[in-house]
Ligand binder design. Sequence first.
Ligand code: ZN
Length: 415
Amino acid sequence: MSKTVNVNQRRYRWPDVPVVVVCVDGCEFDYLTAAVAAGVAPFIGSMLEDGSRFIADSVVPTFTNPNNLSIVTGVPPAVHGICGNYFFDPASAEEVMMNDPKYLRADTLLAAFADAGAKVAVVTAKDKLRKLLGHKLKGICYSSEKSDQVSMAENGIDDVLGMVGLPVPSVYSAGLSEFVFASGVKLMQRHRPDLMYLSTTDYVQHKAAPGTPDANAFYQMMDGYLRQLDEMGAVIALTADHGMNAKHGKDGAPNVIYLQDVLDQWFVAGATRVVLPITDPYVVHHGALGSYATIHLPADLDVQELIARLSALAGVEVVLDRAAAAARFELPPDRIGDIVIVSQRDTVLGTAAARHDLSGLDVPLRSHGGLSEQQVPLILNRRVEGVASARRLRNFDAFDLALNHAVALLAKSAA
Ligand SMILES: [Zn+2]
């Protein structure tokens, strides 16, 4: 019997060739098919044609941190605890970033494989994810953003810039993600990790719709690096943390429900607290506007009555109380407030209009967070077997598919 590793009640087979899981931030399936149709992403085209292609469900809220942590733990936020980029911590009565590993309630399969003797490497675009992804990991883990500040002690590697041969990219650029892929190829050449996790940023996807020149250029860039990983014999599983949709009207102005303003009109100002878990230190490209919010209420407020009232607002898709939201979206009930509200595909939720700086939105708003961004690609450069056709695949099944189900090598068209 071959060696296996158990993590969070799931069993993974030991890889006999390197396994690379790629999380392409904000990757609607249409980005892939449009780039392939335009002829700029032939390798991705071969994955879609000769490998495996699924549409998987990501985690709601369709934000970066909850989904990246689900992918590397193999379980939903109810188990790993990371249910936003940002939340109201009842313990400290403060709104805080959810970047600290102290909020993580489950082990990652990356750390578990490393403990079992595997060589593991992780590269993420933004540094905000690095500590969570690298929690307890004995291996290589760094971000593009802070690639000039790595050390053996902290990151398991030094001189990343010398290895990659690219300068430190701007945090608001396609280059931040290119650095991730370029790192992946160099790491594969030099270290040949058994497991590698690459996670990009959605700067391009927030600005450019599928099939547009900027989007196609991004996928063309990605295609070249993926091909190199494939040529080195890696099994590649590509998925996304969430999709991306236009959130504006015909005039280009964003469709926003400013929830805190609405609630402050209905109740005493400040009685309720709207929290936007999309919030992170880098909000220029989306103004902290997404399609998901949580609301904390005073004890004397009638939750069901408020749910009915919020549900009647134009642009609202679903409003759930804490228990219903925790059950439906598999979220940790102690971290989601009293109400979870999701807006429709073309609408975003804000706090108070005065608290959002939209001056950085130089193109009409595209964003995510809701049910409308839940479907994401899950594709491999190999065929898979033993995946039941009725199975609801999640993006956090990427490692399961790559390690436990991937089979035959692709025929090499370029061989
Ligand atoms: Zn985003």
